[in-house]
Design a protein around this ligand. Structure first.
Ligand code: GLY
Ligand code: MN
Ligand code: MN
Length: 436
């Protein structure tokens, strides 16, 4: 993998010319008092370095005569390591991670200017930590004050996102291998959850079954808080309490994926707790399933990204009209977004190191993002007949038989050279397959 991290740095450096790029590791996050969450590296930082510790800064200086890749890290500290585990330290940062030079993080202020003073720009993402942002801005300010003396120095700060994230959007073979694995583990977990589901079990029991498989198969854990939503909980998009006892005529919506080697999967399935759909559940399920299949069929190189969502919206809207939840002419219902009370989210997102991965969806108003091989995205239409939804003035009252039904079907899809591959196809979704 080190060769690939190097290749990524070189690719980025080739694109930034005489600039310097600065990346900061993720902070540690407090769970409560002096207990911290397990550390998770910031994705851009990880993508470029593979370095997995907090309190680190990576600098890329393509124009510098000696050092192009500089790492600032926590030094070895025996006492701290006894409590919190192994630290890579300065020497190994150079040897293992291929830095041209490594320094203790405490030397950042002293060492950074030498890499900035001949650069023409700084690439830096303004992060949540205002103090650290200020640190970088102060360096910049000082260098601008002394600019006349040298006639060199960074005259602008730019966000590295657009350049770096267009790289992250196209997955390498090594990345895809991890994504296949993340998908496969989540497929097994969903299939097991289906077997396990029955009236009388609690949602959290299903969650435990799922997360047991994640960890047992070597995933770091869930990619996001696992959603196990039965009955009308399925209408809450991010329901994570998972505390309800499941009943016979409920639907169960499970949105669960894992993180494997830092790459994520993200699957949703909806099935009847008691094994058989009610007629209303089945009708809405078939609409969502059709929307999802047709949306997936739009995933191929050359198609605009937006076409996936537009396709899903059309089929969902037609379906809502066919059952009498919406009334009117399809095109104007779509244009006026009358489907929105029942379908309020987008049809998917890029997937990778982040669950909602980086990369743009649209290049301004007139220029669509065009799908290309090696992009990975989710396709996840749904319908949610949320209790107490007030229909629009020109729309009918919602027949109570639909109320409280929430359905989403989500797969992870790789754009291939000829079309697509559904990485999560191993979890059945046909009506006869999800019924028992
Ligand atoms: N689980 C988050 C999402 O589906 O986007
Ligand atoms: Mn998703
Ligand atoms: Mn999801």
């Amino acid at each position: 993998m080190q060769a690939e991290y190097r290749q990524r740095r070189e690719q980025l450096m080739a694109k930034i010319g005489n600039a310097v790029a600065i990346f900061r590791s993720a902070p540690t996050a407090v769970m409560h008092n002096d207990v911290e969450y397990a550390f998770r590296q910031e994705s851009d930082f990880f993508y470029l370095t593979g370095f997995n510790e907090p309190q680190a800064v990576a600098v890329l200086a393509p124009h510098h005569p000696e050092h192009q890749f500089i790492l600032f890290v926590q030094p070895k500290d025996r006492e701290q390591e006894v409590w919190s585990g192994y630290l890579c330290g300065v020497d190994a940062a150079k040897e293992v991670y291929g830095a041209s030079v490594a320094y203790p993080i405490a030397e950042l202020d002293e060492k950074l200017p030498q890499y900035l003073e001949k650069a023409d720009r700084i690439y830096y993402h303004l992060g949540r930590d205002r103090n650290f942002n200020d640190k970088i801005l102060n360096h910049w300010q000082r260098l601008m004050r002394t600019y006349p003396k040298r006639g060199t120095g960074p005259i602008a700060i730019e966000d590295p996102g657009p350049i770096l994230h267009s790289m992250r959007l196209l997955k390498s073979q090594a990345e895809l291998k991890l994504m296949y694995q993340a998908a496969e583990i989540a497929v097994e977990a969903h299939n097991h959850a289906w077997e396990f589901t029955q009236p009388g079990h609690y949602e959290y029991e299903v969650q435990a079954e799922i997360e047991h498989i994640f960890r047992k198969r070597g995933a770091l854990g869930p990619a996001y808080p696992t959603i196990v939503a039965s009955g009308k909980n399925s209408c809450v998009l991010h329901y994570i309490e998972n505390e309800r006892k499941m009943q016979d005529r409920d639907l169960l919506l499970i949105d669960a994926g894992c993180s494997y080697g830092y790459y994520n999967s993200d699957i949703t399935r909806t099935w009847p707790v008691g094994g058989k759909f009610t007629p209303e559940q089945k009708i809405l399920y078939e609409i969502v399933l059709e929307a999802q299949k047709q949306a997936i069929a739009q995933v191929k190189p050359g198609n605009p990204y937006k076409q996936i969502h537009d396709t899903a919206v059309r089929i969902l809207t037609e379906g809502l009209v066919s059952v009498g939840i919406l009334k009117g002419e399809i095109d104007s219902l779509i244009k006026e977004e009358k489907y929105k009370p029942f379908y309020m989210h987008r049809t998917g997102h890029w997937l990778g190191l982040d669950v909602h991965d980086v990369g743009v969806y649209q290049h301004g108003d007139d220029k669509p993002q065009i799908l290309q091989p090696n992009q990975v995205l989710t396709v996840e239409p749904g319908l949610y007949i949320v209790p107490d939804t007030k229909p629009a003035e020109d729309q009918p009252e919602i027949d109570p038989r639909w109320i409280g039904i929430g359905i989403r079907i989500e797969d992870d899809v790789l754009v291939t050279s000829t079309g697509n591959e559904v990485l999560t196809a191993g979890v059945p979704k046909e009506v006869h397959e999800v019924e028992k």
